[in-house]
Structure formats: structure tokens, C-alpha cells
Ligand binder design. Structure first.
Ligand SMILES: NC(=O)c1ccc[n+]([C@@H]2O[C@H](COP(=O)([O-])OP(=O)(O)OC[C@H]3O[C@@H](n4cnc5c(N)ncnc54)[C@H](O)[C@@H]3O)[C@@H](O)[C@H]2O)c1
Length: 482
């Protein structure tokens, strides 16, 4: 973040690390600095105000254990500044004799401060986005037995910050979350260590001997990190050095995959089950032209999985000589599957929301004369998906996404000349056999990328290995009675 001209809130700004970091921040030509702290340090405040006359600097009293204090301070800061760009949660207490207070200041305080700050910064609520930096500790990435309660609170801070950095949250709110983990830094926090440890029988020799960095060095590195940090990053600031922290993945949620298809491919199913033993994978027979079978399949999936988050309607049929079947599979099948899936996923009906991805085609965005019936059915899919993404289903919490693959090397497009309704010779420019094809693997990888990033109502062209969001021209606006 380029700090010049920014509005900053620093919680704990008069503490050991806070004072030095605020001074460093002020050197970057901030527009404003609001210090939230338990007590005012008038001397420091006036020194800053006279040294940095172009920056609006003020203090607001906040006891971080009192939610009402935090709310009032953010409200006043926003009233005075208009908006906030950067928040640093830098207050802290290390004293394991006071269990409740340790958790209240270090963890609850950070959680409350973040969530209240978001009320003003969240782009989806009219804010301008920005960055929230939470000061955790080395004790927040490595269990520190001498300070077990403090260490627990700081692990909580690290985790909470990493959770809020979840990319889909960032996409919606536009607020980046960054974790800072200082090592031992010479501040009042470390005073009387021996009295503040969890168990008296321990001697804090290890801590006494641990190398300490001056707060000035920590502050300089801290501001360097703020200037370059990306959402979700965590930084170790120890013995005068800066190091980005990499976290091992300790757990991934158990997945489940229900495959609905006309016929079972037992070999593939067994291969998947062996390769992904932690994923519940099962097959359910569905002839998509039979509504009762679709209903039954979703019912079974719901019973076995509890809920489903993602549905991909990927069935398809291409043979223009069989008009009814083409429309039944490609269009009616998608419509029925969407509406039945919605019954289970719709939040307003007790579902959990999610995403429904319908696989249309390039033939669903551009008339494709060689396969006119198929093209008509796929245009129907595109339109139906875009309709469901509209306001009528907003309360369902289900987003609808269209995927339009170009020619992809599957059996669907083999011998195209035998699958048309035309008896005459196919002109070269319409000859599907001569069109470039992408591999199934590339197409599959791009479908997953779409699932990971697509917003409700978006449509995606997946052609010749490339991925492109489709923009639709507005073809008609209803003329209204005045
Ligand atoms: N000093 C270290 O070795 C070290 C190491 C790792 C992490 N940290 C973390 O760095 C941050 C700053 O610590 P420091 O070393 O500068 O300590 P410090 O004791 O000098 O400063 C702590 C700050 O927190 C504020 N604070 C405490 N209780 C509060 C409350 N109830 N309401 C509002 N503010 C309150 C204090 O007023 C002070 O400004 C803390 O989060 C601390 O846990 C420090």
C-alpha cells in the first residue's frame, strides 16, 4: 500500500512498538492518523502534531475490552476523516496471570476491532476497501509454553486474520488482511517476565536469553511490510529481519462428488475412489429426460451428503436429426436439473446456497448453422442461466454461471457431417471437422478456474485453451408506460 495521503487508525499507538511504528508511518505523508489507545500520551501526541502539521493527528480513548468504546471510536474517526484506508490492531497484553483479560485484549479485541472496521471499509457496504494489519507474535505461530494463554490468544489472532483474508471475502469487501509476527522486542510488554508466566515452577531463562530487537528496527520493518504486503500474507519480524511466513496446509475439508449420468463407468469410478480415499464419491443413475429420475437423484445426494455446494450440469447430446431428444437433454434437462437442485440449495427454503454451473457451448452464444437444433438448445441454456442469475433468485443464495466451451476433443463432435439436418455438402467454413479443437484436459482445468472465480451471472468462453469472460450486448430494454 502506498501510504501517502492515507487515513490510518492505529490501535495501541502509544505502546512501545506502536509509538515507533506511528512515527515511521507519519514520515510517509499520511493524510490522517487516529490513535485509539487506553490512555493518552499527550507529550507524544503534541510532538507529532507539531512535527507533521500536514497530517491530521488525533487521539480517541478506547478500552479494547469494551465493544461500545471501539464502536464509538470508529464512528467518530469516520465522521472526522470520511473513510479509513489502513487499520493496525497493535494493542496487546502479555500477563498469563490474567487469563480473561489476555484473551479479551489480544483476541476478542482484534476480532471486534476488525469486524467493526469492516462496517466502514467493506466495499459492498459503501466503503472504499483498504487494509487491516493485525499484530500477532512469534507466540502466534509457535506454541510458547511459558506464556500459554498469551500464545493461545495470539494463535487465534493469526488464524482469524488468515480466515478474513479468504480470497472470496477479499473480492467482495476489497479489504486485505495481513498478519505481523514480531519476535522479542524491547518494550514494556516484556517487563517483569518472571511474574507473568503461566506456571511459577518454570524459569523463564529461555525467554530472558532470547535475542531482542529494538522497537525502532521492528517499526521500520513493519512499515516496509505494510507497503508491500498482499492480502493473506503473514510476516515474521525477528532480530531485525523480515521474512514472509509460509504455513503448511494441515487439513482440507472433506469433499464429496456425486456423479449423475446415464450409464456407470465402473472403471473410472473405482480409479477415483482409490486415488481420493478421503472424498466420498458415488454414482447415481439419471436419465436426464426423466424428471422423476432427476428428482430421485438429488434426493439421494441430499440424504448421503447432507447438502451440496456446487452443481455442474454437464450432460449434452449432439445429433440434429433427433430434434426432440436434443431439446430434452440439452435444454429441458438443464432447466429441470436447475429447478430441482434449487429446491435443495435455496437459502430461503432452508438450503445453504451455492453455485450452479451450466455447460452451454460456443453454439449457445453464436448461431452455429451446421448444428442448428443443438445451437438453439444451447442458446436456451445460456439464456435460462442468465435469467436465473437475475433478481428473482437473489434470496436463494445460489449463483448461476454459464460456461461455453469451444470445440473440445470428445466423442460428442465425432463425424459431425452425419449429425446434421442438411443433405447438401457442408461449406468449408462450416465444417466442424476442420475447426481447431482444444484438449479435454485443458477445458476441464479452465472449468475449475471458472468455478473458483466466477460471479453470479457471469458467462465464460473456454476456447482453444483460453478462458475469457463473455460480455453480452443489451439487445432490448422493455419500453415502459410513462
Ligand atoms: N514486545 C514484544 O516482544 C512483542 C513480540 C511479539 C508481539 N508483540 C505484540 O506487539 C503489540 C504491541 O506490543 P508492545 O510490545 O508495543 O507492548 P506495549 O505494552 O508497549 O504496548 C501495548 C499497547 O496496547 C495498549 N493496550 C493494552 N491494553 C489495552 C486496552 N484494554 N485497550 C486499549 N489498548 C490497550 C497499551 O495502551 C499499549 O499502547 C502487541 O500486540 C504485542 O502482543 C510484542
Amino acid at each position: 500500500m502506498d501510504l501517502a495521503g492515507k487515513n490510518v487508525v492505529y490501535l495501541g499507538g502509544f505502546g512501545g512498538i506502536g509509538q515507533k511504528t506511528c512515527s515511521e508511518l507519519l514520515e510517509r505523508q499520511l493524510q490522517a492518523l487516529a490513535i485509539f489507545d487506553l490512555t493518552l500520551n499527550e507529550e507524544i501526541l503534541t510532538t507529532w502534531q507539531s512535527k507533521f502539521p500536514n497530517t491530521k493527528i488525533f487521539y480517541l480513548k478506547v478500552d479494547i475490552t469494551q465493544r461500545s468504546d471501539i464502536e464509538a471510536a470508529y464512528k467518530e474517526a469516520v465522521e472526522r476523516l470520511g473513510h479509513l484506508d489502513l487499520v493496525v490492531n497493535g494493542m496487546g497484553l502479555m500477563d498469563d496471570r490474567h487469563i480473561d483479560l489476555t484473551i479479551q485484549i489480544n483476541l476478542m479485541g482484534v476480532i471486534n476491532s476488525c469486524l467493526i472496521a469492516l462496517e466502514y471499509m467493506d466495499k459492498s457496504k459503501g466503503g472504499k476497501g483498504g487494509m487491516i494489519v493485525n499484530i500477532s507474535s512469534v507466540a502466534g505461530i509457535q506454541p510458547t509454553p511459558l506464556m500459554s494463554v498469551y500464545s493461545a490468544a495470539k494463535h487465534g489472532v493469526t488464524t482469524f486474520t488468515r480466515c478474513l483474508a479468504h480470497p472470496p471475502y477479499f473480492d467482495i469487501m476489497g479489504v486485505a488482511f495481513v498478519t505481523i509476527c514480531p519476535g522479542f522486542t524491547e518494550t514494556p510488554l516484556l517487563n517483569d517476565l518472571a511474574d507473568k508466566i503461566t506456571f511459577k515452577f518454570e524459569t523463564p531463562m529461555a525467554l530472558r536469553k532470547a535475542k531482542r530487537q529494538p522497537p525502532q528496527v521492528c517499526a521500520e520493518n513493519f512499515v516496509k511490510v505494510i507497503e508491500k504486503a498482499q492480502n493473506g500474507t503473514a510476516w515474521l519480524l525477528d532480530v531485525g529481519e523480515i521474512k514472509e511466513i509460509e504455513f503448511p496446509v494441515m487439513w482440507i475439508p472433506q469433499l464429496a462428488l456425486a456423479v449423475f449420468d446415464l450409464t456407470l463407468n465402473e472403471k473410472i469410478l473405482t480409479q477415483w475412489q482409490l486415488k481420493y480415499p478421503n472424498t466420498k464419491i458415488f454414482y447415481q443413475k439419471v436419465d436426464i429426460t426423466e424428471k422423476s429420475q432427476i428428482e430421485e437423484a438429488y434426493k439421494v445426494a441430499k440424504e448421503r451428503l447432507g447438502h451440496f455446494d456446487l452443481v455442474i450440469n454437464g450432460m449434452g447430446f449432439l445429433d440434429d436429426r433427433r430434434i426432440v431428444l436434443t431439446l430434452q437433454i440439452n435444454l429441458l434437462g438443464v432447466i429441470n436439473s436447475c429447478l430441482i437442485a434449487l429446491e435443495h440449495m435455496d437459502k430461503s427454503k432452508g438450503g445453504r446456497g451455492g453455485m450452479i454451473v451450466n455447460i452451454s457451448s460456443v453454439a449457445g452464444i453464436e448461431p452455429t448453422p451446421i448444428m442448428s437444433v443443438y445451437s438453439a438448445s444451447k442458446h436456451g441454456v445460456t439464456a435460462f442461466t442468465r435469467c436465473l442469475a437475475g433478481p428473482f433468485f437473489a434470496s436463494s443464495g445460489v449463483s448461476f454461471v454459464t460456461v461455453c466451451p469451444g470445440m473440445t476433443a470428445t466423442t460428442l463432435i465425432d463425424n459431425m457431417q452425419d449429425r446434421t439436418i442438411y443433405k447438401f455438402d457442408i461449406p468449408a467454413e462450416l465444417d466442424a471437422n476442420k475447426m481447431k479443437r482444444q484438449s479435454v484436459q485443458v477445458c476441464a482445468e479452465n472449468i475449475i478456474k471458472v468455478v473458483q472465480q466466477a460471479k453470479n451471472g457471469s458467462a465464460w468462453l473456454l476456447d482453444v485453451g483460453e478462458l475469457k469472460e463473455i460480455e453480452f450486448p443489451v439487445m432490448w430494454i422493455p419500453p415502459m408506460e410513462s
